[in-house]
Ligand binder design. Sequence first.
Ligand SMILES: [Zn+2]
Length: 350
Amino acid sequence: MDLKNGQPNETSGLVCAHHHLYSTLARGMPAPPRTPRTFREILELVWWRLDRAMDLEMLEWSAKLGALEALESGTTAIVDHHESPNAIEGSLNVIAGACAEVGVRVNCSYGITDRHGPEGASRGLQENSRFLAQGGNGMVGVHASFTCEQDTLLAATELAQQHGVGVHIHVAEGVDDIDAVDRLQGLTQTSWLLVHGVHLPDSHGLSGHLVHNPRSNMNNSVGYAAPGRLGLPIALGTDGIGAAMLDEFRVAYACARERDVTVTPDLVWEWLEGGYLLVPEAAEDRVVWSDEPVDPWRVAYHTSIRPISVEVAGEVVVANGVATRVDAAEIRAKAAEQAKRLFSALETTL
Ligand SMILES: [Zn+2]
C-alpha cells in the first residue's frame, strides 16, 4: 500500500497501532519512591501507581490532549489500550468521547487483569463487554498473560469471539511474560493484536498482528523485538509515548539499523503502513506536510517535517497546523490542571 495520495507533500492519515491515552499526563510526573531496576519494577513503581490514581476526569483530559497531539502529528487513528482500576465503568466511553470531540479515530479496549483480584478482572471484562455491546469501536483488552489467570484469558477470548473482534494484549514484552507463548497457545486468532513480542521465540505458533514499539522497548530496557523474525504482519505503536508516528518510524529505523546496516527505510515504512490493516479507514484520511516529497528515505533523516492540514473522513480537523474542532490552548490548560491533580494523587498512591 502506498502512503502517498498522489501529491508529493501528502500522505494518508497515520495510525498509532498501540497507545495508552491515559498516560498523556504522565510526562513530568513525580519520580517513583525508588529507582526501578527491572521491567517489573517499572510497572509496579510507575505505571501501576499511575493507573490506580486515575479518575474519569483526569482520563478525559489526558485522552483529549493525546488525541489533539495525535492530529497535530498527522496521526488520524489510535488503537488504545486502557487501564484505570479505580475508575473502570464508563472509562472506554470517556476515551471514545474525547477522541470524537477532537476528531481522531479510536479503537478502545480495557486491559483486563487479575492484579486486583477476580472482582477487578470481572469488572474489566464487563467494561469491554458493555462498550462493545453498545456499539463502541473496540477490541477486548487484556493487560498481559503474566498478570492473568488462565480462566481470565479464556473469558476474554470468548468475549472477543462473541463480538467478532480480536484481543488486544501485551505479549512477551519482558522476561516476566516469557510464558506468554505457552499461555496463549490455541487462543489467538488473526484478529488479535500482539503487542511487543520481544521475548517470543521465532517459531511461536501464535496468530495476529504484531505491534512493534521500539522507543518504549528501549526505555524499559526489555530488549529488541526484531519484529521481522516473527512471521506476522507488523504495525508500529508508541506504547503511550505520544502518537507522533514519524518519530516512531525514525526510532524504529535507527533501532533496526543499529543491528543490521542493510535495513532500508522502505522496510520500516512498511511497518508504519501496517496500521492500515488495523484501521483501513485511515488510508482515506489526508495529511498535507510542510515539506516534500514525503519519501521514506527523506523522512528517515528529516526531523522537522510537520503537518499543515489534516482531513479525517473528508472533514478538515487541522488547518494551517491548528486543530479546528477544539480549542487547543484550552485543552492544554485543562490537561495541566488535571496533571496537577494526578501528581498529588500519586503522592498518596503507594
Ligand atoms: Zn502498552
